[in-house]
Design a protein around this ligand. Structure first.
Ligand code: PLP
Length: 281
């Protein structure tokens, strides 16, 4: 199995990272997860755009262009023969003597590796359960940073309750899942939290908003409350790995009639067309 370390394609067992890497000690870095379908990178440009935005917000230098990164990732996917899976890529502020502030000199550490990962077809058909969880994260959730303890604790709560995802809320306001964005449907209208500092602007979220605009499905990018969530006709989450995933139960209470709704299913079909290289009509 091959990976990329600092731009070089190599065998995984030959790769090593310094114990004083700032990603390891401070979570001082950023990452992306890009889907691979049919052996090809899906919405790679959008992921790299967000990667460069995250880097800029943290004054982190990425010593490659988007074109160079794309070429490297395509080579990696091919080398590992990935058909359906993901590419994980991560950039940290590099290795330096342990001090909190930015080191005067450090080289960005860059790692990319692949993993086979099936589409969650069965779950998407039946829907999954969620728990509510107070959002205790910091106020720069727009940055896709390696600091994920708030997300880790939320997902752990979901797992301990036999659920697929934790839906986070700051007081009354629903923000996002532990690793997904949240949409509600009420009277055939969609709503999702606006792309502020309180959420990660998901790529799947962006693709879905685009589909809605093209198909004339009304969407409001406006914050909604926990009561709105629990009273919604349909709820679904979106992410690179979960795609468009119906939520059919929240904290033990049924959403709508307890089955994936018509609007959710319509959007799943539209997303499927994107995966297969057919854009929305
Ligand atoms: N929100 C958070 C906190 C995430 O970690 C993720 C992805 O893992 C998302 C939203 C969804 O983003 P994307 O659709 O780009 O995978």
């Amino acid at each position: 199995e091959k990976l990329i370390l600092n731009g070089r394609l190599m065998d995984r067992e030959n790769a090593s990272i310094d114990i004083e890497d700032r990603g390891y000690q401070f979570g001082d870095g950023i990452y992306e997860v890009v889907r691979v379908y049919h052996g090809r990178l899906f919405t790679n440009e959008l992921h790299l755009n967000r990667l460069f935005l995250s880097a800029e917000k943290l004054s982190l230098r990425i010593p490659y262009t988007a074109q160079e990164l794309t070429a490297q990732l395509e080579k990696l996917v091919e080398a590992n023969g990935v058909g359906t899976g993901i590419v994980y890529l991560q950039f940290t502020r590099g290795a330096a003597k342990r001090k909190h502030h930015f080191p005067e000199k450090s080289e960005t550490t860059y790692v990319a590796y692949t993993s086979e990962l099936d589409r969650p077809l069965e779950k998407m058909k039946k829907g999954v359960k969620a728990v509510l969880s107070e959002d205790i994260r910091w106020l720069r959730c727009d940055i896709k940073s390696l600091n994920l303890l708030g997300n880790v604790l939320a997902k752990q709560k979901a797992v301990e309750n036999g659920c697929y995802e934790a839906i986070q809320h700051r007081g009354e306001t629903v923000t996002e899942g532990s690793s997904s964005n949240v949409f509600i449907v009420k009277n055939d209208e969609l709503a999702t939290h606006p792309a502020t500092n309180l959420i990660l602007n998901g790529i799947t979220r962006q693709v879905l908003l685009d589909i809605c605009r093209k198909q004339g499905i009304p969407v409001r990018e406006e914050a909604f409350t926990v009561d709105d969530l629990l009273g919604a006709d349909e709820v679904f989450i979106t992410s690179t790995t979960s795609e468009v995933m119906p939520i059919v139960q929240i904290d033990g209470k049924m959403v709508g009639d307890g089955a994936p709704g018509a609007v959710t299913r319509k959007l799943q079909h539209a997303f499927e067309r994107e995966i297969n290289g057919l854009s929305a009509q």
